[in-house]
Design a protein around this ligand. Structure first.
Ligand code: BTN
Length: 240
């Protein structure tokens, strides 16, 4: 059965993922924490996430099936955001491995999934979506965009949040049924990365090749220039 998600709305938080962590420690799940702005929004690899008013900042709290399964939640969230953008703004949003959403090759959304381990494990799926912002800090200006910038219209942030959660709920059914292959297959339909020449910056070095597949464990498969196959588990990806 699909869960009903309850929304908890805040004007300001340090980070919706931090607030979500507090709720998870109280054993609350199927909640969505939303803030109008964040004072310490964060992204992958400890980076700062620009969180001014006009964006959507939210974290979904879920019970987890196992620590290695959270990556499917990231994929579900990415597809849900892309679908919501397409539905509401009619823009061609695509998912970039592993956790970004792009419009016209620029980043409009990032996802940060974290775990809370107690005797029950929880996943915190944090979504930062640029909705009505007109500009960004200089450091991210070149590669960032918002739905507003791409469509020249303002959007109701609450409506977007609800649409994302509806889409998420639909796809979450596959997760509950452990149909992980289906999640990856749907993600591939929205992929920006597959088929492109890509540079992967990993902790063990950089790899350049064609992104030929995403396997059933959500890893990116690169065909390197020497013809060998390289499985990328965690990296920053640059389409070249
Ligand atoms: C990334 O692209 O590096 C991921 C960015 C994730 C940002 C969201 S905003 C809501 C939630 N709270 C945070 O502090 N981070 C995530």
């Amino acid at each position: 059965m699909k869960p009903d998600f309850s929304f908890y709305n805040f004007d300001v938080l340090s980070s919706t993922n931090d607030k979500a962590r507090e709720f998870a420690k109280e054993r609350k799940a199927n909640l969505v924490v939303v803030a109008k702005k964040q004072e310490k929004g964060r992204g992958r690899f400890g980076r700062k996430w620009s969180s001014s008013p006009g964006g959507l900042y939210m974290t979904i709290i879920l019970k987890e099936k196992g620590l290695d399964k959270a990556k499917y939640l990231t994929f579900i969230a990415a597809v849900s955001v892309a679908k919501a953008i397409r539905k509401i703004a009619g823009l061609d949003a695509k998912v970039k491995w592993p956790n970004d959403i792009l419009i016209n090759h620029k980043k409009v959304c990032g996802i940060l999934t974290e775990n809370v381990c107690t005797n029950v494990n929880y996943a915190l799926v944090g979504i930062g979506l640029n909705v009505n912002q007109k500009k960004f800090p200089r450091s991210i200006m070149r590669n960032s965009t918002s739905i507003m910038i791409e469509s020249n219209s303002n959007y109701d942030i609450e409506k977007i949040a609800k649409t994302i959660i509806n889409e998420f709920n639909r796809l979450y059914d596959y997760y509950n049924k452990k149909n992980y292959k289906k999640i990856v297959d749907i993600w591939k339909e929205y992929s920006h990365t597959l088929g492109k020449m890509t540079k992967a910056k990993t902790l063990s070095g950089n790899y350049t090749g064609k992104a030929v597949d995403v396997d059933e464990e959500c890893n990116l498969i690169l065909k390197l220039n020497d013809g060998s196959i390289k499985k990328i588990v965690e990296a920053d990806i640059f389409v070249i």
